[in-house]
Design a protein around this ligand. Structure first.
Ligand code: E4P
Length: 218
């Protein structure tokens, strides 16, 4: 499963890229507003795309297909790694089909139902982003959506990649991998938690204590 970092924070992206942990980055307008510090959004997308060797999702803000297309075409020119993020609306699907005809990668976002995911795949989306955490927030079952989309895509050999989004904790990542999601986009705080285990820390402490008794250097 590919791991994407869900942030526009450059230092977190650098840290994760240097650790060799990420295959791409996703952003959205909220994440940009949090990280921009007054910097131009297009500059941030470019900077991220230069750091990461993989797809970087940049979201359009227009609501009609025509505006989405002109915004997306400008964003796609910034760097070959840029993938255009469009919302799962009728206009978003229309723009998706056109971007794909032009050879531009598309991430269809704000997916909350298996039928929306089916339509995105039929529109040729590169990625579909089902938001599991936001479904859990309203007492629905976010991970059940992933399993439904996996089954539908497999039934018809649909190549759109399932990019699990709105991840809140490591268990979402475990279940995504078990269900065969293609990618998970993970907030930095959760990414760093993935490598942690108290028994690993305890084991290191015990080994170092025992090593000291040898009184040797390596
Ligand atoms: C990523 O593509 C999504 O925009 C993001 O995962 C949404 O996460 P949130 O529900 O925590 O805002």
């Amino acid at each position: 499963m590919k791991i994407f970092l869900d942030t526009a924070n450059i230092s977190e992206i650098r840290r994760a890229a240097e650790a060799g942990l990420i295959d791409g980055v996703t952003t959205n307008p909220t994440l940009l507003a949090r990280a921009s510090g007054g910097k131009d959004a297009k500059e941030i997308f470019k900077e991220i795309a230069e750091i990461v060797d993989g797809p970087v999702s940049a979201e359009v803000v227009g609501l009609d297909a025509e505006t989405m297309l002109s915004e997306g075409q400008r964003l796609a020119e910034l760097h070959p790694n840029i993938v255009i993020k469009v919302p799962l609306t009728e206009d978003g699907l229309k723009a998706c089909r056109q971007f794909r005809a032009e050879g531009i990668g598309v991430n269809v976002t704000l997916c909350f139902s298996p039928l929306q995911a089916l339509l995105a795949a039929k529109a040729g989306a590169t990625f579909i982003s089902p938001f599991v955490g936001r479904l859990d927030d309203i007492a629905a079952d976010g991970m059940q959506l992933i399993s439904q989309i996996r089954q539908i895509y497999d039934n018809y050999g649909m190549e759109t990649e399932i990019l699990v989004a709105s991840i809140r904790h490591p268990q979402h990542v475990v279940e995504s991998a078990l269900m065969g999601a293609d990618c998970s986009t993970i907030p930095p705080k959760v990414l760093w938690q993935l490598a942690k285990h108290p028994l690993t820390d305890k084991g290191i402490d015990a080994f170092l204590e025992d090593w000291k008794t040898l009184g040797q250097d390596l």
